[in-house]
Design a protein around this ligand. Sequence first.
Ligand code: COA
Length: 181
Amino acid sequence: MIPLSAQRVRTRHFTPDDADFVLAVHQHPGLRRFIPRQVIEDADAAEAVPARIERFRRYDADPVLGVVLVETRPADDAPAVPVALIMLQPIPASTGVDLQDVEIGWRAHPEHTGHGYVAEAARAVLDHVLASGLPRVVAVTDPANSASQAVCERIGMTRVGLSRDYYDEETMLYVADRPGG
Ligand SMILES: CC(C)(COP(=O)(O)OP(=O)(O)OC[C@H]1O[C@@H](n2cnc3c(N)ncnc32)[C@H](O)[C@@H]1OP(=O)(O)O)[C@@H](O)C(=O)NCCC(=O)NCCS
């Protein structure tokens, strides 16, 4: 995905130097509660974090798909602060379901949650991908993950309801369709 800029934040590709950030994001209490398989424990960090960063960089050359780091846009010479990540990637349809969709997702650094940074970056990414020609983007959350559902709603996605179309799991499904498309 190409780098994008919003009012307070911008996106960029990951580098191996983002290891501390990646570890902190993957210990967020919300991730531990709702997507425990994605948590990285300290004991596994030496191997798991570089592997995760490699995975995030897989689509770096793709103009639309990818996993990007969200960082603040400092007003002066201060360093940018990494605050979250946004993912845009193909979503696995459930067994027997013939759907080929692209999913948007997000994970925040636990110390930078609650500032609207994720919603601001996710909105920029969603606008970019729909303008790039993708007809539809979906987001799925654990039915109890109200923080993530609030992001979906803040960026204008439509709540479809409970669905078993993806991941062979029951999720709360949101969609965004290309305007006029
Ligand atoms: C889901 C998650 C990314 C949401 O992060 P977030 O920081 O709450 O999301 P937003 O960027 O939309 O920020 C909204 C919050 O910032 C507040 N905020 C402060 N300043 C703001 C501003 N200028 N603009 C908008 N919101 C602002 C909002 O009031 C809201 O706070 P509230 O939840 O207390 O009402 C985060 O909880 C997380 O990483 N969870 C673990 C991973 C996860 O569940 N991922 C999703 C899997 S489906």
